[in-house]
Design a protein around this ligand. Structure first.
Ligand SMILES: CC(C)(COP(=O)(O)OP(=O)(O)OC[C@H]1O[C@@H](n2cnc3c(N)ncnc32)[C@H](O)[C@@H]1OP(=O)(O)O)[C@@H](O)C(=O)NCCC(=O)NCCS
Length: 174
């Protein structure tokens, strides 16, 4: 199995993987929209004998501080692995590869919406503990699901931040 950057030839394989993993077409639509908007900062695939069995996308996010300044980071997601090859560390490898690359780029922080029980192994912690919120969930109704990770050696020194994802994440209107 190989982990490498997404290539155009992976388009159908990624779409098939995401639609099956999420049981719907929304995540694959978002991924295509991010690519079309040049907002696919990093997209990695896991390929096994020519078949795309895993995918992860990282896209830009903007944080608005209480002082009114903007800070720039990265959002993780979606990430998916084909059902028949789960529990083998493929998602973990995609996440670790991605975070390592983004650290080298100097990206200061990463946010995501997901299961805290899974993501805490990578160092993510509930964002609301640092008063970071997702603009679509200002009251933290999703509890600890919105998570944050500093990608630099020092902890994040800013609190009271509202995070916005790229417009590609907004549901399409009919
Ligand atoms: C979540 C997902 C990407 C994990 O892929 P994977 O390759 O099986 O993950 P890994 O093998 O690296 O890690 C497996 C570990 O994650 C844990 N895990 C997986 N899904 C979890 C969840 N929803 N909540 C908590 N833990 C979870 C497993 O219990 C396992 O734990 P262990 O290492 O202690 O046994 C995969 O299950 C998937 O594609 N699910 C459908 C899409 C999805 O929900 N994506 C995440 C939201 S964007």
């Amino acid at each position: 199995m190989q982990i490498r950057p997404f290539e155009d030839d992976d388009t159908d394989g990624v779409r098939h993987l995401l639609d099956a993993a999420f049981d719907g077409v929304e995540e694959s639509r978002i991924v295509r929209a991010l690519r079309a908007a040049d907002a696919d900062v990093l997209e990695l695939v896991a390929v096994d004998h020519g078949r795309v069995v895993g995918e992860i996308m990282f896209s830009p996010v903007i944080g608005q501080t209480a002082a009114g300044t903007e800070i720039y980071g990265i959002g993780l997601g979606p990430v998916a692995v084909a059902e028949d090859v789960r529990q083998r560390g493929i998602a973990s490898a995609l996440i670790e590869h991605g975070l390592t690359y983004l650290r080298q780029l100097g990206v200061p922080f990463c946010v995501l919406l997901g299961e805290p029980g899974f993501y805490k192994r990578f160092g993510f912690e509930p964002a609301r503990a640092r008063h970071w919120f997702w603009e679509a969930d200002p009251d933290a109704k999703y509890g600890d699901a919105f998570q944050l990770l500093s990608l630099s050696d020092s902890p994040l020194d800013v609190s009271n931040v509202t995070i916005s994802y790229h417009a590609a994440f907004a549901p399409e209107s009919d």
